[in-house]
Design a protein. Structure first.
Length: 270
């Protein structure tokens, strides 16, 4: 059995199909892990969801910020943006099924000493802590009041994690860390302005994975979200967002030996 972690697809269904073909994927024994941002920016968000959903238990997904944005737009919590390309989901005959499938996916997944999230984790969060916090949000998304909940999770504050956070502030912080985090400021607060690669970032900002005292250093974290970072494959870290929606590549990494498989973008950016 092999497990392949696949980076941000963002509606690039043809690239996904071509990549899976390159993997010689065995549907009855192999597994596919998806780091989130299944939708938006590319042309076929609905088809991406259908393809992954059809894989059944062979597919493991965590939600990214674009997936949550789809839920927020569908629920009326957020307006659709001019740059969004999710209309095929919102106008689909099976829209409700697609939306429900998305909202039942978790924000973190772990197997052994490997943790998958979309963006990152805070230095003090262990794998167990991350899974527990992600489940708090997942329970609200699965509830009958999920549309109301989506009004609570948008905004940049609070900047610091505190165990005593409650209500919307707590959920917002969890979501921001797991689906939006790239850099931390010197005081440990979250920075959302800088999106460039670490070589171009202001010196005072630290990539979340370089933070002092990170308790997950002895584990392996698989993540996406950071196309300007590109493929990052170092001990304990697999960053696999390689910008397929921007004309780059869709990347898969076989977790057993960290072999890399890449498919150049097939979708037109026009």
């Amino acid at each position: 059995m092999a497990t392949y972690a696949i980076g941000d697809i963002q509606g690039c269904a043809e690239s996904l199909k071509a990549l899976v073909d390159r993997l010689s994927f065995r549907p009855h024994s192999d597994r596919l892990w998806f780091v989130g941002d299944l939708v938006n920016r590319g042309p076929e968000s609905a088809e991406v969801i259908r393809l992954i959903r059809a894989a059944g238990p062979q597919a493991q997904v965590v939600l990214g910020n674009h997936d949550l944005h789809l839920l927020a737009v569908a629920s009326g919590a957020r307006p659709i943006q001019p740059s969004d390309t999710m209309h095929d989901v919102l106008q689909a005959a099976d829209r409700d099924d697609l939306i429900d499938w998305i909202r039942y996916q978790p924000l973190a997944h772990a197997q052994g000493k490997t943790l998958m999230v979309h963006a990152g984790v805070l230095p003090g969060w262990s794998i167990a802590k991350t899974l527990a916090l992600a489940e708090e949000v997942a329970r609200r998304l699965r509830s009958s009041h999920w549309q109301d909940f989506l009004h609570e999770i948008y905004g940049n504050g609070p900047g610091h994690w505190k165990e005593g956070l409650r209500g919307g502030a707590r959920y917002r912080m969890i979501v921001n860390v797991l689906t939006r985090l790239r850099y931390l400021k010197p005081d440990g607060s979250l920075d959302f302005k800088c999106k460039v690669s670490p070589s171009l970032a202001p010196a005072e900002l630290a990539p979340w994975f370089s933070a002092h005292g990170r308790v997950t250093r002895r584990q392996r974290i698989v993540f996406g979200h950071w196309s300007t970072l590109g493929l990052l494959r170092t001990p304990g870290l697999l960053g696999i967002d390689t910008g397929c929606a921007w004309g780059g590549y869709l990347t898969a990494v076989r977790l057993e030996d960290e072999a890399v498989f890449q498919q150049s973008a097939l979708e037109s950016l026009s």
